[in-house]
Design a binder for this molecule. Sequence first.
Ligand code: NAI
Length: 651
Amino acid sequence: MIVTVEIDGGVAVVTIDHPPVNALSQALRQALIETAEALDADPAVEAVVLICAGRTFIAGADLGEFGKPTLAPHLPDVIARIEGARLPWVAAIHGSALGGGLEVALGCHYRIAMPGAKLGLPEVNLGLIPGAGGTVRLPRLIGFEAAVDMVTSGKPVGAGKANALGLVDLLVDGADLRQAAIAFARDIATKPLPPLSRDRVAASPSEAFWKEQAQELGRRYRGQEAPVRALASLRNAAETDFESAMRHERATFLALRDSAEATALRHVFLAERAAPRPQSLEGVRPLPIRKTAVIGGGTMGTGIAAALLDAGLPVVLIERDQAALDHGLATLRNLYRTNVERGRLTESEAEARLAQLDGSTDYDVLSDVDLAIEAVFEKLDVKRAVFTKLQAACRKDAILATNTSYLDPAAIAKGLERPERFLGLHFFSPANVMKLLEIVPTRATSADVLATAFALARQLGKVPVQAGICDGFIGNRILKRYRAGAEALLLEGVSIEAVDAAMRSFGFAMGPFEAQDLGGLDIAFLQREAARANGQAIAETLCDRLVRAGRKGRKTGAGWYDYPDGSSKPQVSSTVGEILALPAGSRNAISHHQIAARLLDAMAEEGRAILEEQIAGSAADIDLVLIHGYGFPRWRGGPMHYAETNGGKGS
Ligand code: NAI
């Protein structure tokens, strides 16, 4: 039974038990509407409590019905039935009341919540707007300003804030939600029903407010439809009657369900859910990770250490000498100080995390670590020397990992006594922020070590993607192809700024050239030079020519663009065209759309090669890599999804 009813001294307790998250499936909607009918006809009942079993209130829609035609009874009808009931309904909320779950609670006459509960309408994150009264009932309860914020951001609010907003009538003091709800229901049973949503009035904000919001959303979600449509639905709700507002909202919701944006966001959402639990590792138990080490306290090492500390894991940072160690530890302390200054952490949280950090130049302190992650210079001999020391210092069963970007992990592991304990864990900069983790096993890596890497990713809040071994794994290999495509356009006479503008208008925060200027052109250059020194035939790129001319990007005041007087704003350079002998201006007629199509095609083509070579397990994995490691716009679904839904044409 998904829904059960118990009568407790005149209060009907309706319990939803529909694991894992009490999602609003067709069966649940049916059961709820039938329950509302039956209770209305029961003279012994004076009030109703709606409560959920398990870890949460109704957490949203049923994923099984995602993207499929909607089935009756439809949610707006279920909610209308509850709201129109003869008896007062009290939603008793713990865990999350999200999307349709919050809309059901809004249809109830009262809402009470546990202090840790979260309430929100996250539909815009899936390219949708609320479809069962969210944009109509919520503002009538909490006012338009607060409702606009909740609906257009998609961010849930905590129960305390919900209480202050008037969304929650009572914060439950104590552990027993059910008892508190029954007591509350008994109390209100004798009182008249509060006004229904249709009878509540909320004043429409000023014209200036709506204008400002529309502009802000246009800026923040450039190119996306859902947030703007959510705002339009709220505005409509401010200016028409309840019924018309409900009809307008539902029509928008149904129209958006099949939009390219919703399809893309659904694809990414489902891929993210699948990523941490690959089927190949089903039944394989991860090993416990209680203590960790990071070798190398530079850009990546400190970021990785912060990611581990943030997840509650103790870290020992190892550096090659005391000065470098002091520098690495100071970087971490500064990072946490900034986090406190920006209000991301409290002083005591930051202190607690730093208390878990230790540093040493001596590998002997590593005898009790479960995992050591190496992030030293990108040089095979330096890395191999580090692993020889790690093997001597760490327990036999410790996992040893490399953060290499381009070296072959199997070559790094060569000669290790226990290669089955070794793998690549490729983080992205800044490693405590970027969500992507490429997990790169060698042929020798054991299944439990691989499973541990996936479990670690979950613990760190990362999106893990398994990658095979090739030059650049998944992400950097596609990036290389993307950059080559961008350089090819320049040689055809397209301007640097046109390429960047085209990719920005597609949805990237930055185009390929301004992004390289920010990161520094010398990184990729040095990597190519090292490969050339190793005898690989790698053609000279335009980027190489700029670096040879001393233009390494923003940090040198010049790269693809000029940055005069320390400015961070790219300015078109008058000399780059000459240095690179570009055929300037001959293809200025090419549209942004065509430029983006060329580069997206290039990415998707490389992606297909990566799939054929089984470097990636699925096209969706490639999409996750580009979205979480390289700034590919999430709402476009990733390069593979985009190519597939655009007939492989990228346009
Ligand atoms: P970095 O130059 O900022 O830091 C390297 C650190 O390793 C330095 O602090 C150095 O003192 C230390 N180190 C060198 N030899 C050592 C040894 N024998 N023992 C202990 N410490 C030693 O370099 P970065 O950027 O942090 O890169 C580190 C690794 O991460 C490289 O393999 C790189 O390819 C990879 N990587 C870099 C990314 C980036 O965006 N910078 C992204 C992903 C991976």
